[in-house]
Design a protein around this ligand. Structure first.
Ligand code: ADP
Ligand code: ZN
Length: 433
């Protein structure tokens, strides 16, 4: 068995498009049952009947995060309250939460996409899947849990933090797959070492699933070296269910976005015009299967590009490249546009640097400045001062070459930067607006 759902995963492109068109009409019709879309479609004289081809989606207005917030909690609901069985919230990284409500069928479809994703990355029934996501409202907990159970894995809801217990569970139950945010895996590895253990030798880990926050290829490589196994990129967001929107297959060359469940577009975030395959822009998604809360043309603010070439694995869902960041992650310092991931890429190429860093933007009488604090690895920390000073200068120069601004660089003791339970906070902007 090579696929979780061979019939859907290997559809010919025209068949996939036909399925999408049929589902799009149904989804728009369903969306029109909510108060929010009923008004909106009426304003623009839009209806499911007016859709003849997939391109007709462009006549529909976008849906933005702020609108979802304003419609909290029921504005986008299309079914009776007796038909909804669960709600989830965004982690609120950028403001008030958005609540998404699911019917029983929605939960099943979501679990199926997660199972399909885990399967595509090589997981098979009978394996042991451990989840270090926070449970509760965050979708990385129950979302992965349900998918792994549907696939047929022993699923361990370890929850976030408590590294000693994570390691004990992994060893006692023979965990083969671990889901974690990438920023946690460096810390967890330190705890393995403190216990005189090595993940590659002292656990049965075969693969890691890493996602929920932007990370570079350099970070993935590092994680794979630390754990001696493959790490697969996992992408999703609460508004689109949660995990299981796009996932890397065993080829590890971009994430298959499950196009039978989501219609994707890439737009120029400034002009809002569609961009051709291969060009970097904002990902816009429409749910094709959701019953209780369909969302039409959701502006994710995540920046990526479509990889149009077919994947050697034979799945027809097109892939997206790793997320560069959110359009609102970008900051401007001394007139230069910078994404945190550009800084990360440089740091992760330097072997003396550990996995945690913090970018602080501040101002003094001389104007704005950027401070990059990077934790050293334990072994590098003992190096003498001149060596560290040289390293510091090397990092600052590499950053200047990349972003055209020379930051102040500070190398700090291992484990001294603030840690967060879920997603890592990489940028602190203390400048007065
Ligand atoms: P919030 O928007 O409040 O953080 P979510 O938990 O729904 O709530 O987070 C979804 C967001 O997380 C995505 O829109 C994206 O910005 C980020 N994200 C999720 N997976 C990845 C990934 N694999 N790579 C980069 N960013 C990711
Ligand atoms: Zn593939």
């Amino acid at each position: 068995m090579q696929y979780w759902q061979a019939d859907i995963e290997t559809l010919a492109p025209q068949e996939l498009a036909a399925l999408q068109l049929q589902k799009l009409c149904r989804s728009v019709e369903q969306a029109g049952r909510s108060e929010f879309y009923r008004k909106r479609f009426a304003q623009h004289s839009l209806s499911a009947e007016s859709i003849r081809s997939l391109d007709d989606i462009r006549r529909f207005p976008f849906t933005c995060k702020d609108e979802l917030r304003q419609e909290y909690p029921w504005g986008l609901l299309t079914v009776g309250h007796d038909e909804i069985v669960r709600m989830h919230c965004t982690s609120g990284t950028t403001g008030n939460p958005v609540a998404i409500l699911h019917s029983r069928r929605d939960l099943h479809n979501w679990a199926n996409l997660v199972a399909r994703s885990l399967f595509a990355a090589g997981t098979r029934p009978g394996e042991v899947f451990q989840n270090s996501s926070g449970y509760g409202l965050f979708t990385g907990g129950l979302g992965f849990q349900s998918g792994a159970e549907l696939l047929g894995c022993l699923s361990i809801p370890a929850g976030s933090g408590n590294s000693q217990r994570q390691i004990k569970l992994m060893r006692d139950f023979g965990t083969t797959c671990l889901h974690a945010v990438p920023s946690y895996l460096g810390r967890l590895h330190n705890v393995f070492i403190e216990n005189g253990l090595q993940p590659a030798k002292d656990t049965k880990l075969k693969r890691l699933f890493i996602g929920a926050e932007p990370h570079s290829e350099e970070t993935r490589q590092r994680i794979q070296e630390l754990y001696g196994c493959k790490a697969y990129n996992s992408f999703g967001m609460t508004e689109m269910n949660g995990p299981g929107v796009a996932f890397e297959c065993e080829c590890q060359n971009g994430m298959h976005l499950w196009e039978d469940a989501y219609l994707m577009e890439i737009i120029d975030p400034d002009t809002l015009e569609p961009l051709p395959d291969g060009e970097l822009g904002e990902l816009v998604l429409t749910t094709l299967d959701r019953e209780a809360m369909p969302i039409i043309r959701y502006r994710t603010r995540d920046l990526t590009r479509i990889i149009a070439e077919t994947c050697p694995c034979g799945r027809s869902a097109r892939r997206i490249d790793r997320i560069t960041g959110r359009s609102d992650d970008m900051f401007i310092i001394k007139g230069c546009n910078v994404f945190p991931i550009q800084i990360e890429r440089i740091l992760m190429r330097i072997s003396e640097v550990g996995s945690d860093y913090l970018i602080t933007l501040d101002s003094n009488d001389d104007g704005d400045f950027m401070l990059v604090q990077a934790e050293l690895k334990h072994e590098a920390f003992s190096d003498e001062f001149p060596k560290l000073e040289q390293l510091r200068k090397r990092i600052a120069a590499a950053m200047r070459d990349e972003i055209q601004v020379t930051p102040r660089v500070q190398l700090v003791n291992p484990d001294t930067l603030p840690k967060s339970e879920g997603k890592a906070v990489r940028v602190k902007d203390l400048r007065k607006n």
